[in-house]
Design a binder for this molecule. Sequence first.
Ligand code: IDC
Length: 470
Amino acid sequence: MLKKWFLMILFIGVIALMILEYVFVYRPKGQINSKVGTCTTTEFNKEQDYRIEANFYVKDVWTEGYSNQISYNGELLNNTNKIIDNWKLEVEIQDNAELGEYWGVNCILKDNILTITPDKEYESKIGIYSKMNFGFILSSISPKLIDKYTLYINDELYTGEKRVYPDKDTPVYNHGRLTVAGPNIIDKNGEAYILQGVSTHGIAWYPEYITKETFKSIRDDLNCNAVRIAMYSDDAAGYSKELHGLMSDGINYATELGLYVIIDWAILDDNNPNDNKDNAIAFFEEMAREFKDYDNIIYEICNEPNGNVTWDNDIKPYAKELIEKIRAIDDDGIIVVGTPNFSQDVDVICMDQLEGYSNIVYAFHFYSATHKADFRQKLQYALDVDMPILVTEFGTCEADGNGKVNLEEADIWIEFLRKNKIGYFCWNLTNKSESSSLLSSETEKTYDWDNADLSESGLWLKEKYDELSE
Ligand code: IDC
């Protein structure tokens, strides 16, 4: 009897020991910590979008003397389109733990806080949409999952990606989300709405104009309700994935200022949009994911198809594919489709528009010193069949962006567009020494322009745009 009891107790004891060993020694192995942040899991702010995050894993646990050695693997994920090169993680560690080896980063343990920073000698940058791996060993009585951390980016506490909203009494605040109804773009009240904006130059070459101050001056000094941000799509014109971050910044500035914003995939020397289609899809999917809930976004999927490129063989199939990719994420943002021959031949394709999609408009571009009455006729032809048009680019000079300006003709164009409730964006906001530039080549000012800072074209624009009251 006694033996039976003894065996029973022994059996229970062994089981209990196995459980204890499992809990304290084996269980944490390879296990992912729960979601962590600047607060514990349960307090995690669900409203915020934490696109930069750390994860810690217990990789291995072994015993040395009376203490456990716990080897942790860590990763810092950057799911944004900006490079991170100044970051710091602080992790609270239980009492009496000691820091052993570490790799991939620098570690300091003080007052139970483990501070992890990049190892400048090794690799401190975390690229866009990538991650950094690191590890460290702690010795302590029992292994513990790390379920809490504090992250600093550029010396500021990281509290997630913030959604921005338009300020009060700005164009987007007052007119809301735009849609396409028949041939018109209409605002939230169902009224036809004329977008009136300027286009940046290629942002690879002129990033200094992508600032909040610049965009504020575009709104307040140049009387715009919209801005177009042009990013050339071919490598030769400076395209790189790193520019996506600058595009996102620009969109956020425009949004806060209550400006509508065109995201322009500026194909030009890469005349066929299909040449860089994979990049285009990746870019627009990224933008749509980031901005689908914003009211002011307009996607321009191919600036100016040109060369030996046709609607049927090239542009239309490209447009369908891009629209479907964007629509899978953003079901109603306006999409501008470029048209053949530098976005001029709207008359050629107006009887063969895309079918089955909503909120689609077609691009029409002109330069008033080159394109006059006969060119307006092409546009009129498309308007006669109610084709929705947006002039995502025009210039007051010749089609090469330089030469003489023709402001009388520019006036006629703007009157014509306003009469037909068509929006227009003027090329280009720089001080480059060419007549399409809106700033004087003498000025270095990137915002707060006086009349003396404006070019002939810029002065014309300021006055012309002032006529259209909000
Ligand atoms: C021009 C710029 C000029 C630049 C050139 C090549 O004004 O500084 O060197 O592009 O990148 C367009 C294009 C637009 C052109 C503009 C004037 O969309 O990129 O900008 N233009 O040529 N279509 C018709 C005219």
